[in-house]
Design a protein around this ligand. Structure first.
Ligand SMILES: [Zn+2]
Length: 202
């Protein structure tokens, strides 16, 4: 699947599970979901995706810095759900996540980052520094990416370090199924956000 399809699927599943009831939670859920939907593909090696790792990590570092600045200047806790305001766990978690994403970018495509092992290691690192409002959307988003890629003809190394690739052999990464799912997920997200918007608090 294309990156945009993964992002839409991740957001849809995360919004459905988390049901954020205020703007801050909505932003956290969508931000983490987008990250979880994209991170597995840091291992892409084609020319259009060479900079995915750089972009993701730049975004992550910018968000972390912005959260500190907003806390310092406006006393607004965007990271209010971090475990007991433990800033060291937060920073260690973010640093380890970046290191692991770098390791993932060096692995072969659809192997470590698309495996059950990778899913639990990436999520476990976030669990060290964040609360469930970050951990759960990340887990389901990363998982949704793995599940969607199972449909791809090229398969994924689901049980890495085993190299055996599992595939349901139903579609290609940018074919008609991908386009259909992207439109479907997008429509469902808009519908869900409209319904959610009735209950959301600013
Ligand atoms: Zn993938």
């Amino acid at each position: 699947m294309e990156k945009k399809t993964h992002v839409m699927c991740a957001n849809l599943v995360s919004l459905y599970l988390m049901k954020p009831d205020n703007i801050s939670e909505l932003l956290i859920t969508c931000g983490v979901a987008s990250l979880g939907g994209l991170v597995p593909d840091v291992d892409l090696k084609d020319s259009t995706s060479d900079k995915l790792f750089d972009r993701l990590m730049t975004s992550l570092i910018t968000i972390v810095l912005m959260s500190f600045l907003i806390k310092y200047f406006f006393d607004i806790d965007l990271y209010c759900k971090i475990k007991e305001y433990d800033i060291f766990s937060y920073l260690i978690s973010v640093c380890l996540f970046i290191i692991l994403a770098y390791f993932g970018s060096k692995s072969s495509h659809r192997s470590f980052t698309h495996s059950i092992l990778g899913l639990f290691i990436y999520t476990g690192i976030l669990f060290y520094g964040f609360e469930f409002n970050v951990v759960i959307p990340y887990f389901v988003s990363h998982l949704s990416h793995i599940v969607l890629d199972l449909f791809n003809k090229k398969g994924i190394a689901l049980f890495y370090p085993s190299r055996f690739r599992f595939s349901l052999d139903l579609c290609e990464s940018n074919g008609k199924v991908n386009k259909f799912l992207f439109i479907l997920f997008s429509i469902l997200i808009v519908l869900y956000l409209v319904l959610l918007g009735m209950d959301i608090k600013v």
